[in-house]
Design a protein around this ligand. Structure first.
Ligand code: ASP
Length: 321
């Protein structure tokens, strides 16, 4: 009897202790930003098309917001938001990816966890329905960080992600651009998401079909940690979109974090330095969230599909400045 009482008291203490620790680690604050590519999307586009893009961005944001609002992790939010955008044929990631010069699709994606700088990426995959999910598995289930081409496809089969024929990625919209046969008017539609959750963890993810009419084997910045994607809980998370070669050349995503870490820049100053001063005009844009939940969406093209939601009630999507 006396022993049972003692056990009950101990259990009660453990429960109170766990609840207190949980409450301390949890802030009920979150911020999530998304992009659907930077480029030259025309203001004269049909209203129905603009609406389609804006509604898709809202839908994507809502998926991430619901996860974060209910105490889910930024890792899950970023993956699920990008899954939605990959499955949405309007964007150049997953279904709707651009064509290579030989009429096929090669997809790139990466994800990074700012908690411990762990990251995973895949490049040039051809049969993986959701490249961001394979990137996450590379991060979580292997001792490596980047897989490319056939090996990456085979890893996807081994790890049990959804496999599709390469023709799954085909859309008539992208096929028409392919038939025009040039690196077109730059219209983007790569997708990315950065979020900070209740626990202060920042995650960044980026997924793309690359650039229209790219040479087979060409890899851009999206799967390159530090160029198109980066996250560090001590500074910020960044996802980029634009001409990948320039983002690799200037190590854009990492440099935003480095300017904050080593030079004391604010998130805004760091993003603006990279996009307006370092990169040439019309190179692209970035979305970013810092450790305090501040966000930036900066681009030097005419348009960037983008959106933000946070625990202060902000919920916005936009295309032009
Ligand atoms: N950055 C991507 C790449 O170069 C393309 C894009 O963002 O539109 O592959």
């Amino acid at each position: 009897m006396k022993q049972n009482f003692l056990y009950s008291i101990i259990i009660l203490f453990i429960v109170i202790f766990t609840i207190t620790i949980d409450a301390q680690n949890k802030s009920n604050k979150y911020t999530i930003v998304i992009h659907g590519g930077a480029g030259g999307f025309s203001k004269n586009s049909p209203d129905s098309l603009k609406e389609l893009y804006l509604n898709s961005l809202k839908e994507a944001l809502k998926i991430g917001q619901d996860i974060l609002k209910n105490g889910g992790t930024s890792l899950d939010a970023v993956e699920k938001v990008i899954n939605y955008l990959e499955d949405n044929h309007l964007f150049n990631a997953g279904k709707g990816a651009v064509f290579t010069t030989d009429g096929r699709h090669e997809l790139d994606a990466s994800i990074m966890n700012g908690k411990d700088l762990s990251n995973g990426a895949v490049a040039g995959v051809t049969i993986i329905k959701n490249p961001i999910s394979l990137a996450r598995l590379v991060m979580e289930k292997t001792n490596n960080v980047l897989f490319a081409g056939r090996g990456a496809d085979e890893l996807g089969i081994k790890l049990g992600v959804e496999i599709v024929p390469n023709s799954y990625f085909h859309t008539d919209e992208q096929y028409l651009d392919f038939l025009k046969g040039s690196v077109k008017k730059y219209s983007g539609e790569t997708v990315g998401c950065v979020a900070i959750d209740n626990y202060g963890n920042i995650v960044a993810g980026t997924s793309t079909g690359g650039r229209n009419y790219k040479i087979p084997g060409r890899i851009g910045d999206s799967p390159i940690i530090g160029a198109g994607n980066y996250a560090d809980n001590n500074t910020c998370g960044v996802s980029a979109t634009g001409i990948g070669e320039l983002f690799i050349k200037h190590t854009v995503a990492y440099n935003v974090s480095a300017l904050m870490k080593f030079k004391g820049y604010t998130l805004k100053q760091a993003c603006e330095e990279m996009i307006y001063k370092v990169l040439p005009d019309n190179a692209g844009g970035i979305i970013a969230v810092d450790k305090d939940g501040n966000y930036e969406m900066v681009f030097n093209t005419t348009a960037m599909f983008r959106g933000v939601a946070n625990s202060n009630g902000v919920f916005e999507v936009a295309i032009w400045k």
